[in-house]
Design a protein around this ligand. Structure first.
Ligand code: ADP
Ligand code: MG
Length: 568
């Protein structure tokens, strides 16, 4: 392997030459304490920055084995170190005034959620940091001296203060690991107790603003009603108390602006662990929970929505329902069926984002428009059988229809941001219309899930597969956009990168095996579990960092991809 002295000579050699001569630097260099690997060099100063890696021997890094011995610990430490690396970039890098992205150093910017990511990878023998550097240019020529400063001053300082255990704040990293341990403990504990969610007393649920996931200052902390309070004895903090939501059908009711959606939003993201100070550290939801909503305009391919919709006026097949432009109700039906197909056992629904005609039909309307003339069986008639026959629970925000009292196990009222258990009152007000209606029908939940993923979903052009992502809601594959605005449980842009790679991985490795979409995604997930998220990074040259999405979001992306090839 070449070493740092050779690299310095190379830098001097190419100084002032055309920008392309930076390409000569590609390769690995021994820096004594670590290896610097220049994996990919950008073509010009304005292109996406060059990709570099630091590989440091575990003994050198000195993290105690006990701190990184299990999957959840590795995730916690890797998350911690990514944030620290990010912080240290700002601390140690100097601004250079020159062309394009010159001199920019970047690593993944972590959201409030703690995810497995490829920015810092803890392997058996070493720790790897993946980051980006904009190779400095003056006009379109190499500014070698500036890159020399970055590689010989800035990066060594960052490494020294991020990847060497004795130099970092040990208490903080240990706390992070303990926090995740507590969160994982609650996760397993709620499952054991037949709960689908836990919200600790004292949690801060509202966020600072629509564009900031930081906690709202001066918010009213959450407090469980006594009747719903459960206690969990967690490993590092002892007894904690909070509201337990049981399996079944739970309603969140209350006046407008009283905190209903805020509670549901916190539950949506409770599928992930959160960092300390977030306020939702101990808001823990069943891992498989999916937020479903109406999403008109989306495409649907061969999805069986007949449970909700049949006898369409145009005679359209609803067992293999296909459209390029779904309506509010058909999209919400498909979203529910696809969530169940992705093995979700908890549905989260907010009336704010639902199609009214999908959610309810009241008695008067039922009398005026006979069943034969109405293709939609509203969710209110399905939510109960879904639980009793398929063990699928629902948490619903519903401020406007008391008919739902009939089908609820638990009714929580949000009153000035305070949760109250009003189940008894709600049940005493019940009119029983819906129960009569359901009782008469005896709905059998029978959904045909046998959709097989076909070859050609991800097509390789002569340039390979082009995957680009934007923000939290767009994946662009070969210029076809996947719109994920309605998939609300994506929290990190790098999850979208991962989804793109996983789709490509599946196309390359699993076609011809006659797998359903769910099986294919599960297989890819197994590979990730065994070899880490990085193992599915198969696109040479242009790959970005990744963070782990859930199976549910991967399937959601497939289902919204207009080039999806799927048969039934
Ligand atoms: P709803 O869905 O009942 O109409 P929201 O959940 O949208 O109400 O909440 C309305 C507003 O109240 C939001 O701006 C939210 O940030 C704020 N809010 C919610 N919960 C709290 C709380 N615990 N303390 C302070 N403000 C809150
Ligand atoms: Mg609301």
């Amino acid at each position: 392997m070449k070493n740092s002295i050779i690299l310095k000579k190379e830098l001097q050699r190419i100084d002032g030459r055309g920008y392309k001569s930076y390409k000569d630097l590609q390769g690995e260099y021994d820096f004594k304490d670590y290896i610097l690997s220049i994996d990919y060099v950008q073509g010009d100063p304005f292109a996406s920055p060059s990709r570099l890696r630091i590989i440091i021997n575990k003994n050198k890094a000195g993290f105690p084995e006990d701190l990184i011995s299990e999957y959840y610990k590795k995730v916690a430490v890797s998350d911690f170190l990514t944030r620290l690396f990010y912080f240290n970039i700002n601390k140690f890098s100097e601004k250079i005034f020159s062309s394009g992205k010159s001199g920019l150093i970047a690593i993944s910017r972590c959201p409030q959620e703690i995810l497995e990511r490829t920015s810092i990878i803890i392997n058996r023998d070493n720790i790897e940091a993946r980051f980006y550097v904009g190779f400095p240019a003056k006009g379109r020529t190499v500014l070698a001296r500036e890159l020399e400063k970055i590689l010989y001053n800035v990066i060594p300082s960052i490494v020294e203060n991020t990847l060497i255990y004795k130099n970092i704040n040990k208490a903080k990293v240990i706390d992070r690991v303990k926090l995740v341990q507590d969160q994982e403990y609650i996760r397993s504990e709620i499952t054991k107790r037949g709960l689908i969610a836990f919200i600790a007393n004292g949690s801060i649920l509202p966020r600072e603003s629509g564009v900031s996931q930081k906690p709202l200052k001066n918010a009213l902390p959450f407090k469980s009603p006594k009747s719903l309070e459960v206690e969990i004895n967690i490993p590092n903090r002892g007894l904690i108390k909070g509201m337990g939501i049981k399996k079944g059908v739970t309603l969140i009711v209350g006046g407008g602006y009283h905190g209903k959606s805020t509670l549901l939003n916190a539950l949506e993201l409770g599928v992930y662990n959160h960092v300390e100070g977030d306020g939702r550290e101990f808001v823990i939801t069943d891992n498989t929970a999916v937020k479903v909503r109406a999403e008109d305009g989306r495409s649907i391919k061969n999805t069986d929505i007949s449970l909700f919709i049949d006898n369409l006026p145009n005679g359209k097949d609803t067992i293999r329902f296909t459209t390029e432009n779904a309506s509010g109700s058909t999209s919400q039906a498909a979203n529910i069926v696809e969530a169940i197909e992705s093995k979700s056992t908890v549905l989260l629904i907010d009336e704010d984002t639902s199609a009214t005609n999908f959610m309810i039909r009241d008695d008067l309307m039922q009398r005026l428009v006979s069943k034969e003339k109405e293709p939609i069986t509203p969710f209110i008639e399905i939510v109960r059988p879904l639980y009793s026959q398929k063990d699928i629970s629902t948490i619903l925000v519903i401020g406007s229809s008391g008919d739902y009292f009939d089908v609820a196990d638990c009714v929580i009222q949000m009153d000035n941001y305070e949760a109250k258990d009003v189940t008894k009152e709600a049940k005493s007000l019940m009119r029983g219309e819906i129960n009569k209606r359901i009782g008469g029908k005896n709905t059998k939940i029978n959904i045909n899930f046998n959709r097989k993923l076909q070859k050609g979903t991800i097509e390789s052009t002569y340039k390979g597969v082009k995957i680009k992502t934007m923000g939290l809601s767009n994946i662009n594959i070969n210029n076809e956009n996947i719109d994920l605005r309605a998939v609300e449980q994506i929290v990190d842009n790098e999850q979208l990168n991962a989804i793109g790679f996983i789709m490509k991985y599946i196309e390359d490795n699993m076609m011809g095996k006659d797998l359903s979409l769910e099986q294919a995604v599960t297989e890819a997930y197994k590979e990730i579990e065994i070899n880490g998220l990085i193992s599915i990074d198969t696109i040479k040259g242009g790959s970005g960092s990744m963070s782990l999405p859930r199976k549910q979001e991967i399937m959601a992306a497939y289902n919204r991809y207009r080039n999806l090839k799927i048969n039934k």
